[in-house]
Design a protein around this ligand. Structure first.
Ligand SMILES: *Cc1c(COP(=O)(O)O)cnc(C)c1O
Length: 392
């Protein structure tokens, strides 16, 4: 049996006709920059994620970049973030001449630890930290309750890197009441990516920034288009960060199926959990299963996206050998990510960040298994059986 890490074909088969039709409509409209599809998609994503404004941009990376530009992040500023994420989270900081400061992660959720963040903010007597970027890794929200408290206490805004987490929900206090709120809606900006492998993926690159703040939204809109408003009058220096209307049109169709796909991923995760337990992988075994931290607090309410499983990531012994073994059995896996950000070569000589033991340990031990909608039960049984065979 062959089990790829990701297969977009089942999803495509379901929507192929509709997608081709909407692409051809955009072509025939001759409206190739911005326009009605982009505007409608911005409205729909803002509504879906519980934000007031959506600003479509060219990628998740540019969503982060333009959000930091709108906060006037500059040379020498510090940005507090996680060392365990895709490179873009740190890349945008470096491109602006700012310096990343890393707080280690929580070993269960793999998300940035508010305890470590608090230590770093406490030591930042000169107030050089201008913004913090938590990442909702693998599709599960970071501990935003505590992160927002720190934001308030230290007066440092939060940009959420929600590239892997559109629709994922977190429990937050709103006027004295605990409520579920979606990723991206809690910080000054929430950044989404529509890279094809994300839960909501286009047929190319795309991204969006969502925000609750009108003034901030206006600035983002300007920056996305060379800082111009009206046309040819440039009050700011921005860039060309516009979202392609073909991507917007396709993503609008896919957005209508997103909840169902989240549910399928969550079902697949439950299925893996059951199969791994059945194969004898319990506490303290060779394989540790992912935990939906918010889900455990709130019971197993299936109507809430505690975790959207953009990735189903296990922590294992002898990771690289297991990965090789699974590849020989035609099972696709991936390591997100084999190096923590502070270990990347491009930082050599720029940053002394000391050791971040939990991030380094995660980089050595994590392995993502296939979890996409369309994965069959037989495929999952085969994956778990092969993992079992490896440790036997
Ligand atoms: C995918 C991703 C990005 C970048 O998104 P692109 O659309 O590929 O530019 C940023 N941060 C995280 C955590 C991501 O997973």
């Amino acid at each position: 049996m062959k089990v790829p890490l990701l297969d977009l074909k089942p999803q495509l088969a379901e929507l192929r006709k509709e997608i081709i039709e909407c692409v051809s409509n955009v072509i025939d409209s001759t409206h190739y920059i911005m326009g009605p599809e982009v505007t409608a998609f911005e409205r729909e994503v803002a509504d879906y994620s519980g934000a007031v404004h959506g600003i479509g941009v060219s990628s998740g990376t540019d969503a982060l970049l333009v959000a930091l530009m709108a906060l006037d992040i500059n040379r020498g500023d510090r940005v507090l973030t996680t060392p365990y994420s895709f490179f873009a989270t740190m890349g945008v900081v470096l491109r602006l001449g700012a310096v990343p400061v890393f707080a280690d992660i929580d070993p269960v959720s793999y998300n940035i630890s508010p305890t470590h963040m608090a230590d770093i903010l406490q030591r930042d007597k000169k107030k050089k930290i201008k913004v913090m970027i938590p990442v909702h890794l693998y599709g599960q929200c970071a501990d935003m309750g505590n992160i927002l408290s720190l934001s308030e206490a230290y007066g440092v805004p939060v940009v959420e890197d929600a590239a892997q987490a559109i629709g994922s929900e977190m429990m937050l206090e709103r006027s004295g009441k605990m409520t579920w709120q979606r990723a991206g809606s809690a910080g000054i900006a929430g950044c989404f990516s529509f890279f094809p492998s994300k839960n909501l993926g286009g047929i190319g690159d795309g991204g969006m920034v969502v925000t609750q703040d009108e003034v901030f939204a206006e600035k983002l809109k300007k920056l996305r288009n060379h800082g111009a408003h009206p046309k040819y009058y440039h009050s700011l220096v921005g860039g060309n960060f516009r979202l392609d209307p073909i991507q917007a049109a396709v993503l609008r169709i896919k957005l209508r199926h997103l909840e169902k796909w989240h549910q399928q991923r969550r079902c697949n995760a439950d299925q893996y959990n059951t199969l791994f337990a059945g194969a004898g992988f319990g506490e303290d075994s060779e394989v540790s299963l992912p935990k939906a931290v918010y889900g455990e607090q709130a019971g197993s309410d299936k109507t809430i996206n505690h975790h959207i499983y953009n990735q189903y990531v296990i922590r294992v012994r002898k990771r690289d050998e297991l990965r090789k073994f699974l590849a020989e059995k035609n099972i696709g896996t991936e390591v997100y990510y084999p190096l923590a950000l502070h270990q990347q070569e491009c930082l050599a000589g720029i940053l002394e960040s000391g050791s971040l033991p939990q991030a380094e340990k995660a980089a050595a031990e994590t392995l993502a298994l296939p979890i996409y909608p369309g994965l069959t039960k037989a495929m999952q049984e085969y994956v778990v059986k092969c993992v079992r065979d490896f440790y036997r």
